[in-house]
Design a protein around this ligand. Structure first.
Ligand code: ADP
Length: 619
């Protein structure tokens, strides 16, 4: 248990438990309080209402008795009775007395009226006709008789020993001399028995329960038949003997009526009683002494409305407390939610500030990195420009080297022919030299043209077309001139060049530019076969409608698939630095397109590369 409590305390569940239990306890307490209050109020109201009703019952009983109270004194004056008592054996007098008493009883409503001699033996009675006639019966043992003898009058409530009917007995001494005082002799005793069963019967019709107990604590009248002639408190042995002697309750065995006092007395004359043991009903009892008797009348009111009020009070109180507790809980919950929202908002604001700081820091880093990147890019562009410039220079040198080498050979030859005295050969060589210098000038001119064109690549075709000078060019001549330019290199590499070109084939082209294109293609083919076991190059040309197709095949390694899409891009080269500029094919393609032709690169199925020129034919 301790460990459970410490666990709960540790986990903070104690508070939560109290928060949940609190309203329940409050509701219980409030319910109990409201129940008690409602009960108390209902009891007070019940007592207030019961008091006057009880008084009505008391008054009813008193007037019923009072109606007959004076009757014995009146009867005592009767001459016929006196005469009978004076001559007890006279049958005629007795008959007259009987008739008289019968009439009195009928007129007054008394149960029985009778007269005894001083020894208690009945001389005449109203019920002289019936089987239970009192005539000749002796009632000397009855207290009312003895009281009448000694005190002049007697009163008594008991069960008739002859009739078995309970009744109230009023007795009065008849003096020997009419109007005589205490000292006069006793002629007899007159008794009026009043039955209260009609009254009891009336009570039984009402909702209230009425109980009348005598001075011994024995219930003598009751609206509930079963509650009559019961003892409310235990009878002492002496009293039991006395009751036996007077036969007050005759042969009725007096059983105890179980009456238990419950809770607080609701006032001096009120009490909450449970009648008939544990399972019996609860009553609010208000009682009062009946004037002129030692009786006590008790009005018993059902406590069900009080219990109902208590339950309603209980329920209402508990519900109100539960509602209040719920409202409290809701307010508490709202407060907590508001607190949580405030905390969340603060946390969000903090997070947003952190994020802003982080973003600012990252932005600064990025800006710095960007600046670095720009610097690096600038350096790279600069380096690329320098590299391009270097390659361009190498390329120009490469382009001019071949005609320069040819010039040197031709000039050497011219000098030799001059020494040998062969001026015609000198003239021939000099004209070759002149042609070569013109070609070199054109090459540099083309480079200038490319430089200008590369600024406006998209306009290259139209601009080139305008710039191109188209003339009929013999394809075989152009091929021959190109090969002669490459003769030195061809020989050095040990390559075999096979030419199959019909001398009749002509194209509409600038002759120098066609040679430039062919030198480029043949130069690349020679580079490709360099170091190959087979070093063969084939140049073919054929006519197809108004087009001429020139094809350069080689037995080199062919073009790598990854290189194929980039062949005609500026500065694309697979050759080692200083050997390739990556401009040959770009320039060639530009020239071909300028003349309305096309250039195409592919790999041959049997190995090696194949470059095809599709050119406009010239008839
Ligand atoms: P460069 O000859 O300076 O490299 P080119 O534009 O003339 O520039 O050629 C571009 C590239 O095309 C070459 O580097 C080479 O990879 C490829 N190429 C051209 N001709 C051939 C060929 N006959 N065989 C294989 N590859 C070739």
């Amino acid at each position: 248990m301790l460990s459970v409590v410490s666990f709960l305390r540790g986990s903070g569940l104690v508070w939560r438990g109290l928060v949940c239990l609190g309203p329940a306890v409050a509701a219980l307490l409030a319910g109990a309080g409201a129940g008690l209050l409602a009960e108390r109020l209902a009891v007070i109201q019940l007592v207030e209402q019961a008091g006057p009703r009880r008084d009505v019952y008391v008054e009813g009983l008193r007037s019923e008795l009072g109606r007959h109270e004076t009757l014995p004194a009146v009867i005592a004056y009767s001459a016929s009775l006196r005469q009978l008592l004076a001559s007890p054996g006279d049958d005629a007098l007795r008959q007259r007395a009987n008739t008289y008493l019968e009439q009195v009883a009928a007129a007054s409503g008394a149960a029985a009226v009778y007269v005894t001699d001083p020894q208690g033996t009945t001389q005449a009675a109203s019920n002289w006709r019936g089987p239970a006639s009192f005539v000749d019966m002796n009632f000397s043992y009855r207290p009312y008789f003895r009281d009448a003898l000694t005190k002049g009058y007697g009163r008594f409530y008991g069960i008739g020993t002859t009739s078995g009917e309970p009744g109230y007995y009023f007795a009065r001494r008849i003096a020997e001399k009419e109007g005589a005082g205490e000292d006069a002799g006793v002629a007899g005793v007159v008794v009026v028995k009043v039955s209260l069963s009609a009254l009891e019967h009336t009570w039984a019709q009402a909702a209230d329960r009425v109980l009348v107990s005598d001075g011994h604590g024995v219930t003598i009248l009751s609206s509930v038949p079963d509650w009559a002639f019961r003892t409310l408190e235990p009878l002492s042995d002496g009293l039991r003997d006395r009751l036996e002697a007077t036969r007050q309750y005759d042969r009725v065995a007096l059983r105890a009526l179980e009456v238990r006092r419950q809770g607080d007395a609701a006032g001096p004359e009120a009490a909450v009683l449970r009648i008939g043991g544990g399972g019996g009903p609860l009553f609010l009892a208000v009682s009062r002494t009946v004037p002129g008797t030692d009786w006590r009348l008790m009005l018993l009111t059902d406590m069900a409305p009080v219990q109902h009020a208590r339950h309603v009070g209980w329920g209402g109180g508990a519900a109100a407390a539960a509602l209040l507790a719920l409202a409290g809980l809701l307010i508490h919950q709202r407060r907590r939610t508001a607190q949580a929202q405030r905390a969340t908002r603060a946390a969000l604001e903090q997070a947003a500030q952190d994020l802003e700081r982080e973003v600012a820091a990252r932005t600064a880093e990025l800006t710095a990195a960007n600046a670095d990147l720009h610097r690096t890019q600038d350096r790279l562009v600069q380096a690329a420009k320098l590299a391009a410039l270097g390659q361009l220079a190498t390329g120009i040198a490469h382009e001019l080297n071949q005609p320069l080498a040819a010039l040197r050979t031709l000039s050497d030859n011219a000098a030799a022919f001059l020494a040998r005295g062969k001026p015609e050969r000198v003239t021939e060589n000099l004209s070759h030299i002149a042609a070569l210098t013109e070609r070199m000038a054109r090459i540099t001119g083309q480079l200038r043209g490319f430089a200008r064109r590369s600024d406006r690549v998209s306009d290259r075709v139209s601009e080139g077309a305008q710039a191109a000078i188209s003339a009929p060019v013999q394809v075989s001549a152009a091929v021959g001139n190109s090969l002669s330019l490459l003769a030195e290199k061809t020989r050095r590499l040990g390559a075999q060049v096979e030419t199959t070109v019909d001398p009749a084939l002509c194209v509409a082209f600038d002759p120098v530019r066609l040679e430039q294109v062919l030198v480029n293609l043949l130069g690349n083919a020679l580079d490709a076969v360099d170091g190959q076991p087979q070093r063969r190059i084939a140049v073919r040309a054929s006519r197809n409608g108004d087009r001429v197709r020139v094809q350069v095949d080689d037995s080199g390694p062919g073009i790598a698939a990854s290189a194929l899409p980039h062949l005609f891009e500026p500065f694309f080269t697979t050759k080692p630095p200083g050997q390739g500029l990556g401009l040959g094919l770009v320039i060639s393609a530009g020239i071909v397109q300028d003349h309305g032709g096309q250039i195409h690169a592919a790999n041959r199925p049997e190995g090696g590369a194949m470059f095809t020129l599709d050119l406009p034919a010239h008839d």
